[in-house]
Design a protein around this ligand. Structure first.
Ligand code: SAH
Length: 390
């Protein structure tokens, strides 16, 4: 097995259990290896730090799989996958749909597995884990006994790893339009045509949190996708709910989800750009009692942070202006480059510009099925601020 030696003084993060070894930290890799192979990682003095898989084409050249001197084989993967299942059993009560494997946080870098009722959707986003795809699928079949396993490997990050994009069944089969239960409601999840794996499971608890706050209110759900927050608000007794998403397709599924839950007459969905739609509503003097902002990650990288901050500020400011006194703002950011402090500052800034006061009702985050390692706080990406606006 090849051995990757880190530069002098560059071992601290890896020694502490951080799963990413950057190219700039590596002195050299001794021995023969193919991209995707597992290598030993040692510090400058040769002290063993763990094992990880290597991809010289990636800035994150090694992703650590273990800090122990153990074999990385089928039985290793089975132990990891069993532990991931067990963690969800302990933390999620009796939910049937959740993220079953969340990459680094489950000590399986690059692997995502979402469970929608008895269907599994898998993404292998790095070369080193992609190679094990078949083995992982057969272990999952054994552990979970799903109807089937569908691969959504069309994520652009695969390009960076030199991996082709592909989708389709790895095992079994099922109707790719699944109806899942969520907080006592029902949602269509289209694992073939939906975004990412089809449904945003990281917001399940946050959608639940707005139910009790929505009663009697006029609600606007911006970036509504398939209507997750909108339908929860309607089920919570909202007077009227409007959802906006730029995707015509998502808006169609949102309408279907509203009907499925008996709130089709309370909800209205529009396909449009949320920035324009917010501006138009401001101009026409519309007012709301609750506004949800759940945009895609505006900051995809550290370099685009400045533009992202401007974007977050704009939608928050416009939303605040549209709220009646006592209105609720549910403001989310799923960009890991925008830290919690910076996000809070952006919302503060928007409040300042609006001349309104806001108080924090609740600070929320990604669900329990999306944990993150204490040593790798970049795994903490989802912020969800619930504010009351004076
Ligand atoms: N709130 C949703 C998830 C939102 S994901 C839920 O709970 O399921 C972000 C959504 O923003 C995507 O559906 C995407 O289509 C949409 N989107 C991206 N840019 C947009 C824009 N400029 N205006 C409106 N929607 C946009």
């Amino acid at each position: 097995m090849a051995v990757a030696q880190l530069k002098r003084g560059e071992h601290h993060r890896t020694a502490s259990g951080h799963p990413w070894v950057y190219r700039t930290e590596i002195l050299g890799i001794n021995g023969r290896y193919e991209p995707g192979d597992v290598v030993d990682v040692v510090d400058f003095r040769g002290r063993f730090l763990g094992k990880g898989y290597v991809n010289p084409a990636s800035q994150i050249t090694i992703r650590m799989l273990t800090r122990r001197d153990e074999r990385v084989d089928e039985s290793f993967l089975r132990r990891r996958l069993e532990a991931a299942c067990e963690y969800r059993r302990r933390t999620l009560d009796s939910r049937k749909s959740y993220r079953l494997v969340f990459g680094e946080a489950d000590f399986l870098p690059g692997l995502i597995v979402d469970k929608f009722e008895d269907c599994l959707v898998v993404q292998t986003l790095a070369l080193g884990i992609d190679r094990w795809k078949g083995v992982i699928a057969s272990i999952l079949e054994e552990l979970v006994r799903p109807a089937g396993i569908y691969e959504r490997n069309d994520a652009p990050v695969r390009d960076l790893e030199g991996l082709e994009r592909r989708t389709g069944f790895l095992a079994g089969s099922f109707d790719t339009r699944i109806v899942i239960g969520e907080n006592g409601l029902r949602f269509v999840v289209d694992v073939e045509n939906g975004q990412k794996t089809g449904h945003f499971l990281d917001q399940v608890e946050n959608r639940r949190a707005i139910v009790g706050l929505a009663s009697g209110r006029r609600v606007l759900d911006c970036f509504c996708y398939t209507g997750g927050f909108a339908v929860h608000a309607a089920a919570g007794g909202a007077r009227e709910v409007e959802g906006i998403d730029v995707s015509e397709w998502a808006v169609g599924v949102a309408r279907e989800n509203a009907r499925l839950n008996g709130v089709g007459d309370i909800c209205r969905f529009v396909a449009g750009n949320a920035f324009d739609e917010l501006r138009a509503r401001e101009r026409s003097g519309e007012r709301y009692d609750m506004i949800v902002l759940d945009p895609p990650a505006f900051a995809k990288s550290r370099a685009s942070l400045e533009d992202a901050v401007r974007g977050y500020k704009e939608i928050n400011l416009r939303a605040i202006r549209l709220l009646n006194p006592g209105g609720i703002l549910v403001s989310c950011s799923c960009s890991r480059h925008l830290t919690e402090d910076l996000f809070f500052a952006v919302v503060q800034d928007a409040l300042l510009d609006s001349g309104r006061a806001g108080r924090v009702v609740e600070k929320r985050t990604q669900g329990r099925d999306h944990p993150y390692l204490v040593v790798a706080p970049e795994g903490y990406y989802l912020k969800c601020l619930i504010l009351e606006i004076d």
